[in-house]
Design a protein around this ligand. Structure first.
Ligand code: 5AD
Ligand code: SF4
Length: 466
């Protein structure tokens, strides 16, 4: 009998990629993926720990499964990913009906683990996590994060013509607020040859766009070929792959935005001029408390280098508001930086204290929530006004768009042959473009004449001006 599995994912692109790989592994092991927990034999959550809110959502989803588990005790309930690595046995204590807890460094073994749990007559809680990097030797910890990037068939990817490719695991930066280095383990780069082989396979499968993933993707460093290969070297190799049209990479660390990388973005036609370089704060005092390793002045100097070397680049950022000790003056400096840098967009987060980080140990979470909320809204309003101002001049231009699919509203209607629907695509600078067309355009790269713009979206027409 086919076993049915339900998988829900929260969190970043790294998690989305992990889930894709999990699904691919499970389908190849004979599972069927279903879209509701109600009729599943295994219910799995791939979780995130970066903010408290993401964890709360998972714990309440687990709570809601209690009646189902009482009715059907044979149903396997599993917690995977970052929260699994962070909370470990705490998850069994808080949600006694959970059967397995599997960290991000163990997900490659999931088919085997599920098999074993299902075969047990009397189920013991099953904990599969990687070693604690604060307690064990680095080489052992590195090994305990099992590398897992198997080939996956096109039909099991979220999109046939776009794919994410992991180039780095983990993070070594230890910014004081961040749980990532603890739950995703030590920073390790995948060998360039392996990345190139994966990208070739994807391109041969019809993939037009790849997005390289790493927590600090621009500190990529591969020594497996007897010399150091950097991200710029990797991009040169990927740029040569036939069939590939676009290469993006996220997320960048400001201090590693070197000239060779910017020159690669400028010179390699397939590399998209889109740079996500989170700054987190516009105040030197805050950057120091966050242990970010740069100053506002050096960040500005980096932005100036980007503008000089790749003038067409769209630069985006992340900000944390209300981090420990943030004064109105600190916050005002973040606003000023947004005004100065004119990011294409910024992701803004209210500081959320994470147990296990340096900030949780040593820096009080002392900005009241309503102040965090107000600062979040204020910074967002400033950013949105800039996004709108910078999008407006795009009206009248033809922009190359990779057509991703029908828009959310169009998806609700059943597909009907050559019917005109609302489609969504993205430009090389990661601008979202909405326009009308038939579903046959999905997966094509074509020029769209922009007719209208708001802060988040460009609206246009295909074939106009021809
Ligand atoms: N609280 C709020 N935001 C955080 N981020 C990381 N850790 C925290 C935290 N503890 C944000 C950072 C990072 C993005 C992915 O999430 O801005 O760049
Ligand atoms: Fe977290 Fe800092 Fe690493 Fe980014 S660079 S993942 S914010 S520790």
């Amino acid at each position: 009998m086919t076993k049915r599995v339900y998988l829900e994912t929260v969190g970043c692109q790294m998690n989305v990629l992990d889930s894709e790989l999990i699904v691919s592994g499970l389908v190849q092991a004979g599972y069927e993926v279903v879209d509701s927990p109600r009729n599943a034999d295994a219910i799995l959550y791939n979780t995130c720990s970066v903010r408290q809110h993401a964890e709360d959502k998972i714990y309440s989803a687990l709570g809601r499964l209690r009646p189902l588990k009482e009715r059907r005790p044979e149903t396997i309930i599993g917690v995977l990913g970052c929260m699994a690595q962070k909370d470990q046995n705490l998850i069994f204590r808080r949600a006694g009906h959970v059967d397995l807890v599997v960290g991000p460094g163990q997900i490659g073994r999931l088919p085997e683990i599920l098999e074993q749990v299902a075969a047990q007559r009397f189920r013991e809680p099953r904990l599969e996590v990687s070693l604690d990097r604060m307690k064990e030797r680095r080489s052992l910890v590195e090994e305990s994060f099992v590398k897992f990037d198997p080939p996956r068939p096109a039909e099991l990817r979220a999109s046939a013509f776009q794919a994410m490719v992991r180039i780095m695991f983990g993070c070594d930066k230890f910014c004081t607020y961040c749980i990532v280095p603890t739950v995703r383990g030590p920073e390790q780069s995948r060998p360039a040859a392996e990345v190139v082989a994966e990208a070739r396979r994807l391109a041969a499968d019809g993939c037009l766009e790849i997005t390289l993933l790493g927590q600090t993707v621009n500190s990529y460093k591969d020594a497996s070929e007897g010399r150091i290969l950097r991200l710029s070297d990797l991009l040169v190799r990927l740029n040569e792959i036939d069939g590939l049209r676009r290469i993006k990479f996220v997320t960048n660390y400001p201090r590693h935005m070197s000239d060779d990388l910017l020159q690669a973005v400028r010179d390699l036609p397939k590399v998209s001029p889109y740079l996500h370089v989170p700054v987190q704060s516009g105040s030197n005092e805050q950057l120091k408390r966050m242990k970010r390793g740069y100053t506002v002045e050096s960040y500005r100097e980096m932005i100036e280098r980007i503008r000089a070397i790749v003038p067409a680049a769209a630069v985006t950022s992340d900000f944390i508001v209300g981090f420990s000790g943030e004064t109105e003056e600190d916050f005002r400096q973040s606003v000023e930086l947004v005004r100065w840098a004119r990011f294409k967009n910024s992701f803004i987060f209210k500081y959320s204290e994470r147990p296990g980080t340096k900030a949780a140990d040593a820096l009080p979470d002392d900005v009241p929530d309503e102040v965090k909320r107000r600062r979040n809204n204020e910074l967002l309003a400033v950013q949105n006004a800039i996004s709108l101002e910078d999008n407006r001049p795009l009206v009248g231009q033809d922009i190359e768009v990779l057509v991703e699919g029908p828009s959310k509203s169009a998806q609700k209607r059943p597909p009907a042959g050559d019917e005109i629907v609302q489609l969504v695509g993205r430009s090389v600078t990661d601008h979202i473009v909405v326009f009308d067309g038939t579903r046959t355009l999905v997966g094509r790269i074509l020029p769209v004449r922009i007719e209208k713009a708001d802060a988040f979206t460009l609206y246009g027409r295909v074939g106009a001006g021809k």
